[in-house]
Design a protein around this ligand. Structure first.
Ligand SMILES: NC(=[NH2+])NCCC[C@H](N)C(=O)O
Length: 622
């Protein structure tokens, strides 16, 4: 009796486990339907789109702020570090864009490669990421408009409604709220992402940055890189002076903020259905735009820190204030107006993808169907646009720029991490073997064979079910070890720079196994990618470094940021279990197919996701 009860319970758990696994691993199938959108964007349009939506606060706000408060003149190194981590992530996005030429960015990639739960997590994170992106860029626009208006806006709000809290902004920025409301109305009424407007604005943006760099270079004084130690009124501390006034730690911390400046290129990946030859043009547009962005940020950083001592740089409008101080009023005016244009372009780049992601998720049944409704009059997802605007508006109202920047970075970093993991998984897994039982005798997987597979003992040259399992275990181990290493590095903090000896042992105890795991992963057979127009080089080392950088930047964010993020994820969990799980289009299709198969007494038709990735196309239209 007891025995039976236990067996029944065990079986129950097994079923539940299978159900969970089925849900987590349910992947999006693709249909061959062509997209309804016109393919009009060429390589130049796509590159300018990437540059336009990425180049923004990094140039006009962050360079000065990071130089003043966190890194000193070494802000250029922070920018380079941020560039490297964004570049690596960019390469992973590029490979995905070559594989899945579909709108929806990381959300769709995760749905195709990993499964529904991962896709939901990413989609949900992206909603926050874009809403915060919108809010923060708007805050930037608001402070530049305020500067143009002689600070009347900020003075007014500061005097009439100061918020005396630690966790929120100094005053509720109703001006930012209004900017978002106006832009939302424009977008809702179908202001199409007109590529010509974007090209012109981006051109103005680059021209302004060039004017700032050239003028700055004329007045630059290299002495500003070797100043004596100085009391910094912003941080109220005396720093070390020179190129590295805040030490290496400052560089790393600064990189976390500079990273924000590189966010936005993924907007190229959301236009896949409007691009000409997306499999070739999207990857290259990503690489090209990141190159232009890196060059611009680095030049800006050099010029700015040579123009003025880092500790006097203004925290919100460094160029405007610097040129004003030097009496270059014409240049000051050009840069301020240019900044407003540049930030507006960047704003459009954040506001446009958000409703589209909500729309894509709604089409897949993972988000409320309401968001998938296209208004017959405006021909835009009106409700999704309005909700997106409302969410961003509220965020812009109550949080200040620094809080927003941190919160956005956490979302972006998570998306990058998942895309990078997806590349690893796709490269080492035989997608066709998933879920099918091993039928041939040689495919019988014994424990011994599984362990030996970790070093690819059988010298397989193509992924099989066996090597796929081994690669999965190794990727998982790699993620855990990388995470542990990052946490330890964070814990060691300053001490590691001052007295590294006690930390060396534990660090090596994690680093060595990590390197071994990565090398073992390198032994695994990879899928053939010769048909792809772009693939990530140096596998698995490049994604491994990318994973490390992303996780490292993530653990360095503030605790409050993590708490806010976890609250958002908790809400997401509730939404997933109470809504998405039941409405998932893929799940409903699965059930339908099973029913049909049972009715006909024939086996279910071959899963579409067993087709090679190159033959796939989504069924959603965006
Ligand atoms: N998708 C986003 N979160 N976009 C925000 C873009 C921020 C942009 N890199 C800037 O410096 O202004």
């Amino acid at each position: 009796m007891v025995h039976n009860a236990v067996a029944a319970k065990l079986e129950g758990w097994q079923m539940a486990g299978k159900g969970l696994w089925g849900m987590a691993s349910r992947r999006k199938r693709m249909s061959e339907e062509a997209s309804q959108l016109a393919r009009v964007l060429n390589l130049v349009d796509l590159t300018l789109l990437g540059v336009g939506s990425t180049l923004g606060l990094g140039v006009y706000v962050l360079a000065g702020q990071v130089a003043n408060e966190t890194a000193g003149p070494a802000v250029i190194v922070s920018f380079l570090l941020a560039a490297v981590s964004s570049f690596f992530a960019g390469l992973c996005y590029a490979e995905f864009a070559a594989r899945v030429p579909k709108a929806g960015s990381a959300y769709v990639y995760a749905y195709v490669a990993v499964g529904e739960v991962a896709a939901f997590i990413i989609g949900w994170t992206l909603i926050l990421e874009y809403a915060i992106g919108t809010a923060s860029v708007t805050r930037g626009v608001s402070s530049y408009v305020d500067a143009l208006a002689g600070n009347v806006i900020s003075t007014f709000f500061n005097d009439t409604m100061p918020l005396h809290t630690q966790t929120l902004a100094e005053y509720p920025d109703f001006f930012s709220f209004a900017i978002i409301a106006v832009m939302t109305c424009l977008l809702a009424f179908g202001v199409k992402e007109s590529s010509i407007v974007n090209n012109v604005m981006t051109f103005l943006n680059l021209a302004t940055a060039t004017i700032a760099v050239v003028t700055g270079a004329i007045y630059a004084d290299p002495k500003n890189w070797s100043l004596a130690p100085h009391f910094n009124p912003t941080t109220s501390k005396t720093d070390a002076g020179g190129f590295l006034p805040y030490g290496i730690k400052g560089i790393v911390e600064g990189a976390g903020t500079c990273f924000f400046g590189f966010v936005g290129f993924d907007c190229i990946a959301t236009t896949s259905e409007e691009a000409k030859n997306p499999r070739r043009n999207i990857p290259w547009a990503i690489v090209l735009s990141l190159t232009i962005i890196t060059i611009t940020y680095c030049s800006i950083a050099v010029v700015l820190t040579m123009l003025q001592p880092y500790y006097v740089l203004d925290l919100t409008k460094p160029f405007t204030v610097a040129f004003e101080g030097m009496g270059l009023y014409a240049i000051e005016w050009i840069v301020t107006v240019g900044a407003i244009f540049a930030l507006t372009t960047s704003l459009l780049g954040t506001m446009i993808p958000l409703p589209r992601i909500m729309y894509a998720m709604a089409q897949d049944g993972l988000m409320f169907a309401l968001f998938g409704r296209v208004n017959s009059f405006t021909k835009t997802p009106l409700i999704a646009t309005a909700v997106a605007g409302g969410l961003s508006g509220v965020l812009a109202l109550i949080f200040d720029l620094n809080q927003l920047i941190e919160m956005m970075s956490i979302g972006t970093l998570l998306a990058y991490t998942v895309v990078c993991m997806c590349v690893l998984i796709l490269r080492y897994t035989d997608t066709r073997s998933r879920g099918s039982p091993p039928n041939e005798k040689s495919e019988r997987i014994t424990f011994g064979r599984s362990v030996a597979a970790l070093v690819n003992w059988e010298r397989a040259d193509k992924p099989s079910k066996l090597t796929t399992g081994a690669a999965g275990v190794l990727v998982f181990a790699e993620i855990l070890l990388t995470l542990a290493l990052c946490v330890l590095l964070k814990m060691s903090g300053d001490e590691l720079y001052n007295d590294p000896m006690p930390w060396l042992g534990p660090l090596l105890a994690l680093l060595v196994p990590l390197v071994i795991v990565v090398v073992m992963l390198g032994q695994q057979p990879k899928t053939n990618v010769t048909h792809l127009s772009f693939s990530v080089p140096w596998l698995p080392y490049l994604p491994a470094i990318s994973l490390f950088l992303n996780l490292y930047l993530m653990v360095n964010l503030k605790t409050e940021t993590w708490v806010r993020f976890l609250v958002w994820m908790l809400v997401g969990t509730v939404v997933y279990f109470s809504y998405s799980l039941r409405h998932s289009t893929e799940r409903l299709l699965e059930i339908e197919e099973k029913k049909r198969a049972a009715g006909n007494g024939v086996s279910a038709p071959p899963q579409l996701d067993e087709l090679p990735m190159s033959a796939l196309e989504t069924r959603t239209h965006l």
